[in-house]
Design a protein around this ligand. Structure first.
Ligand code: FAD
Length: 394
């Protein structure tokens, strides 16, 4: 196992093999996977674990469309398939419950054009997903008022790959696992302020400095400027925040109901019968964490889409900032010219389904142990090239 600085002492201090910035779903999976691989880890979190975008309650685990297959879709597909076993293992290790369930998904079809496009995807799904998961076009939903018959005038796509999870359940289980793993140091309430790639040193906001073998920047939307700085690029060039608002409804529905997705609106039945509804996608916003009439609009659309929740009371409203990398794909891997600095950001709307596999890629890169291949379009070089192209175009 090629471990940079493993067990090393510098300046009288133990040097973690891996320093991780950010304890969202990305940083927590990475810490667990690193500790399983025998690396020593320091996990630094500015506030509370799960206090960023990972602190919501939607938990949809949905694949990309099966057509125009590419390395990103293949990566996500494999991640979604593997997640079930990953969760089973984590739950067995911790005794915690993540409320994971592969419930499938329904996509209502309201036009002949949409129905035709869906029918064309059926053979693509068979080819790219294999025989284990269905993707078919039915005349109507098997479930009453889920979605409403008015939304299925041209039928409904039913697929069996999608799943849902409790985000807080998963964050709690990952933390519970870390709490009992050897070689882990958790530092909450302090942030990575600056990284010196060549001295392999990070400065924290509590005034301390930490040496590292590798550092992983898994700090959500705030990772982009740190990664850009380490790569010598303009701070705003690699990614941005897209605000999303969601609501939780006290609906008492069957927790086995499939996810429903229609034109940006998600309706997700959770284990306790509550239904999560989302979400807005806002590039421009003043208040990162406030909710407003845009959410009420989403809730109204969700109630129309699934009349089962027509009268369910909203019991929570929430907003968070999704990390969206400039090239739209996740951002994963070493910073060009600074190989000890690793990016793990940009999961945007799919982080809960892929973070465990992103972590496997980074751990493979650090240890030399076999792991999944990182799609080229996830690399920082790829994103930087995209940024350069769009700045020349404007
Ligand atoms: C409304 C909404 C609905 C969503 N629904 C889904 C869904 O259904 N399925 C799905 O897969 N995804 C969904 N997402 C996206 C998903 O929540 C995010 O992609 C994911 O949480 C990002 O995880 P992360 O660990 O990269 O970032 P975060 O969860 O934001 O974690 C980053 C952490 O880093 C900390 N931090 C920041 N700066 C520093 C620093 N300098 N040093 C140390 N710590 C720092 C922050 O405090 C934070 O805790 C949704 C997002 C929103 C907003």
């Amino acid at each position: 196992m090629a471990r940079a600085d493993s067990g090393a002492i510098r300046g009288g201090q133990a040097v973690p093999d891996l320093l991780i910035a950010g304890a969202g779903v990305a940083g927590l999976w990475l810490a667990v996977k690193a500790a399983r691989a025998g690396l020593s880890v320091m996990l630094v979190e500015r506030g509370n674990p799960g206090g960023g975008a990972s602190g919501g309650f939607l938990g949809a685990l949905m694949p990309h469309n099966p057509e125009r297959w590419n390395a990103k879709k293949d990566f996500q597909f494999r991640a979604l398939v593997d997640l079930e076993a990953e969760i089973t293992r984590l739950e067995a290790e911790t005794g915690q419950f993540c409320a994971y369930r592969r419930v499938g998904r329904l996509l209502p079809l309201t036009t002949e054009r949409a129905r035709k496009a869906a029918l064309e995807q059926v053979p693509e799904a068979r080819m790219n997903w294999g025989a284990g998961y269905d993707f078919d076009v039915n005349h109507a939903s098997d479930h009453t008022r889920w979605p409403d018959i008015l939304h299925t005038s041209h039928g409904v796509v039913r697929e069996t790959l999608s799943a849902r999870i409790s985000p807080t359940g998963l964050i709690g289980a990952l933390l519970a696992r870390l709490a009992v793993m050897p070689g882990i140091e958790l530092r909450f309430g302090t942030a990575v302020e600056d990284v010196s790639p060549h001295h392999r040193m990070a400065r924290l906001t509590d005034g301390s400095s930490v040496s590292f073998g590798h550092i992983a920047l898994a700090n959500g939307v705030d990772a982009f400027p740190l990664i850009a700085r380490a790569a010598g690029l303009p701070e705003t060039s690699l990614g941005s925040a897209v605000k999303g608002q969601a609501a939780l409804l006290d609906a008492k529905v069957d927790p086995g109901l499939p996810l429903v997705y229609d034109d940006g609106v998600y309706v997700i039945a959770h284990q306790n019968g509550h239904v999560a509804v989302g979400s807005t996608s806002e590039r421009d916003f003043e208040d990162a964490h406030g909710t407003d009439e845009r959410l009420e609009h989403v809730v109204a659309r969700a109630r129309k889409l699934c009349p089962l929740i027509k009268h369910a009371a909203v019991i929570r409203r929430w907003a968070g900032l999704r990390p969206r990398a400039v090239g739209r794909d996740p951002m994963l891997g070493p910073v060009p010219g600074a190989p000890a600095v690793l990016a793990m950001a940009g999961g945007f709307k799919i982080s809960f389904g892929i973070a465990h596999r992103m972590a496997d890629c980074l751990i493979a890169g650090i240890t030399g142990i076999d792991g999944p291949e990182t799609p080229q379009s996830f690399s920082i070089e790829w994103h930087a090239a995209k940024a350069a192209r769009s700045s020349t175009a404007t």
